[in-house]
Ligand binder design. Structure first.
Ligand code: SR1
Ligand code: MG
Length: 368
């Protein structure tokens, strides 16, 4: 409690509130209904246990990323109040009046600002941490201090490798045994995913969030905040935009399977709004002396499609699943949604190129 006192002098009580995959999360209360969040890294992966050790350095990486995001995309991340290097703990703003976007989507609650805010966040971070703007020496310094090998290794494994091999860490529902085996035999898909993994490892385009699924976005009527940037590193921009689009496609497919047609349409609209706002933000920041903006955007769209596909597949046959799908109680309906997510994911990963956001969405969700 002591290390929270400089930020919240009346701190008196802590409550564990997190059920995340990696860390411990506490809400610390003080007087007058004031509170802060403390996020503490454990020396292992929480979802697996002590058998999967993990660097505590991720807390420092997250604190650094939060500070930079707050400067470059103001108002779109929680305020960082402090970082305790001994306890590997971050003290930050309590977003008590917000909810997790994935939970809101599951419950069919609409937040009109969310998709545009996430698009603006991505556009600002992509451009302002790319070497298209600013001092090239600063960019190289950012590259050097943002190396995040252990967390990247988790993504390389859980997104680009494990779902395509038969390993015990995969969590595959029995009714999907055949579909999972078919993925492992699909030569075209295996080649495309291997190329994507290589690109993820080698394309240092910008400081990406690294885990920007709908569970990493907090929403409220008044604003939106991106949380949990512990996977941040200098990587391909399309990995973040693909995460957003892939997770919205999962939400769409889950609602469509359950007969919630109207809300499914809302998630389709969110996907378009996200992309349009991202494109507008990039356009607004694009330097006048770089005559290849359209070419850049076309490449980003195709990359986003590929990464979206990989993110969809990993949530069905990999280790960590998503409540959009696991929350479907009827096994037949759940299976129908799971198969559609796998099909959409494959179509995206294997697409040679994508012409526009409408084309990406059609590949992702198939017949409307
Ligand atoms: C084992 S950690 C599983 C996943 O949780 C995080 O949110 C990342 O998506 C990671 O891959
Ligand atoms: Mg996370």
């Amino acid at each position: 409690m002591e290390f929270v006192r400089p930020v919240l002098p009346s701190a008196s009580r802590a409550e564990e509130i997190g059920d995340g995959n990696l860390n411990l999360i506490f809400r610390v209360f003080g007087e007058d209904d004031l509170s802060v969040i403390v996020k503490q890294a454990l020396p292992y992966l929480r979802i697996v246990g002590e058998s999967w050790p993990l660097t505590l350095e991720r807390a420092r990486i997250e604190a650094d990323a939060l500070a930079l995001q707050d400067r470059l995309a103001p108002g779109l991340v929680p305020r960082l109040f402090g970082y305790d290097p001994d306890r590997k703990a971050i003290v930050m703003e309590d977003l008590r009046s917000f909810e997790v976007w994935r939970a809101a989507l599951n419950a069919e609650r609409t937040y009109p600002r969310a998709a545009a805010d996430v698009g603006r966040f991505c556009g600002q971070m992509f451009m302002r941490t790319s070497n298209l703007l600013g001092d090239p020496d600063d960019w190289k310094a950012l590259l050097a201090r943002s190396v995040n090998p252990e967390l990247c290794a988790i993504t390389e494994d859980l997104v680009f490798s494990a779902p395509y091999i038969d390993v015990p860490s995969n969590d595959v529902e029995e009714h999907l045994t055949e579909e999972a085996a078919a993925l492992r035999r699909d030569g075209e898909l295996l080649q495309a995913v291997a190329a994507l993994r290589h690109q993820f490892r080698t394309r240092a385009e910008a400081l990406i969030h690294g885990d920007l699924h709908t569970g990493s976005v907090m929403v409220s009527p008044a604003g939106t905040r991106m949380i949990d940037p512990e996977f941040a590193f200098m990587g391909p921009m399309g990995f973040d935009s693909g995460a957003v689009l892939g997770n919205l496609a999962i939400a769409f497919i889950a609602h469509r399977a359950q007969g919630h047609r109207q809300f499914a349409t809302t998630t389709a609209r969110d996907a378009r709004t996200f992309w349009d706002t991202l494109a507008e933000t990039i356009s607004g920041l694009w330097p006048d002396d770089e005559p290849w903006r359209d070419r850049f955007m076309a490449g980003l769209l195709t990359d986003s499609a590929h990464y979206a596909g990989a993110k969809m597949i990993r949530r069905i046959v990999g280790l960590a699943h998503v409540s959009d799908i696991t929350g479907i109680a009827d096994a037949d309906v759940r299976r129908q949604a799971q198969v559609a997510v796998l099909r959409g994911g494959r179509a995206l990963v294997c697409a040679p190129e994508v012409a526009d956001i409408g084309g990406l969405w059609k590949l992702a969700v198939g017949a409307p």
